[in-house]
Design a binder for this molecule. Structure first.
Ligand SMILES: Nc1ncnc2c1ncn2[C@@H]1O[C@H](COP(=O)(O)OP(=O)(O)OP(=O)(O)O)[C@@H](O)[C@H]1O
Ligand SMILES: [Mg+2]
Length: 257
């Protein structure tokens, strides 16, 4: 049986193809302004990588904020269920999943069978999300992919006290003007994200193992700051960005049976 999972996020879209519980291929692209086109493109690329055609696929589940615009989906499922399912597949010991994407962050508690028992979400404010990191990275003339390494160079942590993305950006601009070294500002940025996220985690309670999914998990500085703040080692999958799409492809297996 071959199934597909598509995650159309606010910033990135992913496709995963599964055959009998094994990943055949995956693809990641920027969503851009046309979510439907992104879904079609990312799916097509995954099919090509696996040497398959859409008629070879038994069922497709779509997730993410753009899940309703995926014309070839058999079913739509929320990101909560998909991230939980994907993380549980990769780490059967996981009980807490933290997904930080471009526009929201979520903490999901799951039981020993991979079922969702509780979750909390911050989708009201950019602070604590990937967008926050992007805005500040731009002010520092860095790409988000460079933040992790840059922060490692710091011996001290600059304080970013503002809870608002727009004010935090002004704060960072003035720290730069005061001559505070860039690595210290980056560490302050990671610290701020970790504090926000830890506040969210406390609302559902922290039960190890803790797994982080979504694009921000690619930032080693955020992962380290969060591990320290929570007092547990936060585990990161090899490709954290595809976990939602992987969970969707796993849920599609049930539809195709
Ligand atoms: N290579 C990278 N290194 C570090 N951080 C990264 C990298 N790639 C992406 N990110 C971070 O991941 C964020 C995007 O995460 P992701 O792709 O999970 O978002 P999304 O699923 O589109 O958003 P949402 O789920 O909120 O709709 C970016 O804002 C950025 O901060
Ligand atoms: Mg997402």
């Amino acid at each position: 049986m071959i199934t597909g999972g598509i995650d159309v996020g606010s910033l990135s879209s992913e496709a995963v193809l599964l055959k009998d519980g094994e990943i055949l291929s995956y693809s990641i692209i920027n969503t851009g302004a046309d979510a439907r086109k992104a879904a079609e493109q990312v799916y097509q690329t995954a099919l090509e990588k696996a040497g398959l055609q859409s008629s070879d696929v038994d069922a497709v589940v779509a997730t993410g904020y753009g899940r309703l615009v995926v014309p070839f989906a058999t079913k739509q499922v929320t990101e909560i269920s998909c991230h939980a399912r994907g993380a549980f597949f990769l780490f059967p010991e996981v009980r807490t999943v933290i997904d930080i994407g471009g526009q929201d962050s979520k903490v999901i508690r799951i039981d020993g069978r991979g079922n969702v028992v509780d979750f909390v979400m911050n989708d009201k404010c950019a602070a604590g999300t990937g967008r926050f990191l992007e805005v500040i990275a731009r002010a520092l003339e860095l790409s988000v992919a460079e933040l992790g390494k840059e922060g490692e160079k710091a011996t001290r942590v600059a304080e970013i006290s503002s809870m608002c993305t727009v004010f935090a950006e002004s704060e960072v601009v003035s720290l730069i003007a005061q001559g505070v070294p860039r690595p210290e500002i980056v560490r302050g940025l990671h610290q701020a994200i970790a504090e926000r996220t830890a506040g969210l985690v406390q609302r559902v309670g922290i039960v190890p193992e803790v797994v982080m999914t979504g694009g921000v998990a690619k930032n080693s500085g955020v992962v380290a700051a969060l591990s320290q703040k929570l007092g547990v080692k936060v585990l990161v999958p090899q490709e954290p960005q595809i976990v939602g799409a992987l969970g969707a492809a796993l849920l599609a297996q049930k539809l195709a049976q």
